[in-house]
Design a protein. Structure first.
Length: 148
C-alpha cells in the first residue's frame, strides 16, 4: 500500500507522479524478490535504477545515497498529462477535501472534555466530561475540579 500525505498533494503533478512511480518500483522489486536497496534501505542500488529506467524515471547518482530519483521522462509526462488529464482532477479533489475538513472542524465541539481536574496530592492535571470522575494514576485518589 502506498500512503500519500496531504501536503505532498500540493506538489506539482510531475513530482506526485515521480514519487508514486518510485514507491511502485519498490513494491515491484519486493514482490519479485529483487533487493533494490542496501544500507538499511537508504541506498538505491543498480537494480532499483534499472527497474526505474524501464518505467520512465530519471536518476542521478551520489556515492553515499546511490541512485536518486530526479524526475519522470517525457513519455510518462505525456501519458499522465495529455491522455488522462489527471492533474486538475487531483488538485480539485484536494481542494474539495480541504473545504470539507474546514467545514467539519467548524462544526466540531470546541472542548470535548471541558472540566479541568486536579489531584489533591500531587497536583497532576487532566480534563474530563462534566459528569466524569478521574482517579490519579500516581496517587490512586480521586481528582477534583481545578477551580475549587
Amino acid at each position: 500500500m502506498i500512503t500519500v500525505h496531504e501536503e505532498k498533494l500540493e506538489d506539482d503533478f510531475e513530482t506526485i507522479v515521480m514519487n508514486m512511480l518510485h514507491q511502485m518500483i519498490h513494491i515491484f522489486c519486493f514482490e519479485h524478490g529483487l533487493k533494490d536497496t542496501s544500507r538499511n534501505m537508504r541506498y538505491h542500488n543498480k537494480i532499483f535504477y534499472q527497474e526505474g529506467m524501464k518505467r520512465g524515471l530519471l536518476f542521478s547518482f551520489e556515492p553515499t545515497k546511490g541512485y536518486i530519483t530526479k524526475g519522470i521522462g517525457e513519455e510518462i509526462k505525456i501519458l499522465f498529462k495529455k491522455e488522462f488529464q489527471q492533474e486538475e482532477r487531483v488538485k480539485e479533489a484536494v481542494r474539495k477535501d480541504r473545504a470539507l475538513r474546514r467545514t467539519e472542524e467548524k462544526n466540531k465541539p470546541i472542548r470535548p472534555f471541558p472540566v479541568k481536574m486536579k489531584c489533591p496530592v500531587c497536583g497532576m492535571k487532566a480534563r474530563a466530561k462534566k459528569t466524569g470522575s478521574l482517579i490519579c494514576g500516581k496517587c490512586n485518589v480521586y481528582m477534583y475540579p481545578d477551580n475549587i
